[in-house]
Design a protein around this ligand. Structure first.
Ligand code: APR
Length: 252
């Protein structure tokens, strides 16, 4: 009887195009809190107060305190072995690979991932709500500087992330669904698979005959559809998966 991770490695060996979808769970072992797991952020804060256009209009300072706090956590964090394993997978599959992340923390890029799209934006991107000025600003603000003003027109800057109820970046979405249509395997890691349209991607792969591998310590709506479920932390099981994929002898 082969172990689930050996089954997953065997499935990857037979994969022509790999789509990887990641969520907050892949950054958990870097010390970044998730949203809905047992000690998730949405258990302590109401997303409607912090991550909607209405919240930004109503209380820009509070919204910026939240994003500034998360920026501080992320700047202290480092990519973990789960992020690093995905860089090896990208090198293994070459142009038959796309990493689609829902995360805004930039840890995939810091690990070295390149063939990737950010469906929900990036926490260090900033956009002026008045003149459209944009910049990438990988730093936190001193409390007294919140909310930050546009250096061009003085208008309110907002974080370049997708708030609840907003449309996702068109090009990222187009690339993600094009990859999902091409993929014969989707490796879904660290997502509760409840937020759309990101959560539609694994179903897109499944619907045209592709197979799912899920990496999540907890069950999700995708678990019953997965060919292989790895109920372990990503930082622990993804390096093993990559080693098995590279080893000639599948029993290694
Ligand atoms: N390894 C793998 N998975 C993990 C780990 C880990 N070490 N730790 C937790 N998880 C799993 C949890 O079991 C949970 O299923 O990661 C998942 C995280 O789910 P969410 O917190 O809902 O995060 P995500 O799915 O990325 O949320 C999607 O919702 O709040 C919005 O825009 C936000 O991008 C986010 C979107």
């Amino acid at each position: 009887m082969t172990s689930p991770v050996e089954q997953a490695a065997e499935l990857l060996r037979r994969t022509r195009f790999l789509l990887v979808l990641t969520g907050a769970g892949i950054s958990a072992e870097s010390g970044i809190p998730t949203f809905r797991g047992k000690d998730g952020l949405w258990n302590r804060y109401d997303p409607q107060d912090l991550a909607t256009p209405e919240a930004l209009a109503r209380n820009p300072r509070l919204v910026w305190q939240w994003y500034n706090w998360r920026r501080g956590l992320i700047l202290k964090a480092r990519p973990n072995p789960g992020h690093e394993a995905l860089v090896h997978l990208e090198q293994h599959f070459g142009d038959r690979f796309l990493l689609v992340t829902q995360n805004v923390d930039g840890l995939h890029q810091r690990a070295g991932s390149q063939r990737m799209v950010e469906l929900h934006g990036n926490i260090f991107q900033e956009v002026c709500t008045r003149c459209g000025f944009e910049r990438y600003h990988e730093a936190t603000y001193p409390e007294e500087a919140l909310p930050p003003a546009c250096p061009q027109c003085g208008g309110l800057l907002r974080p370049g992330v997708v708030f609840f109820g907003e449309t996702l970046p068109e090009e990222a979405l187009r690339q993600a669904f094009a990859a999902a249509r091409q993929a014969d395997t989707a490796l879904v890691i660290g997502t509760s698979a409840v937020v759309y349209p990101a959560a539609a991607l694994p179903y897109e792969v499944k619907n045209h005959g592709g197979r799912l591998i899920e990496v999540n310590p907890e069950a999700t709506p995708l678990t019953s559809l997965a060919e292989v479920s790895l109920h372990e932390p990503a930082g622990r099981v993804l390096p093993r998966l990559v080693r098995l994929l590279h080893s000639r002898n599948p029993k290694a």
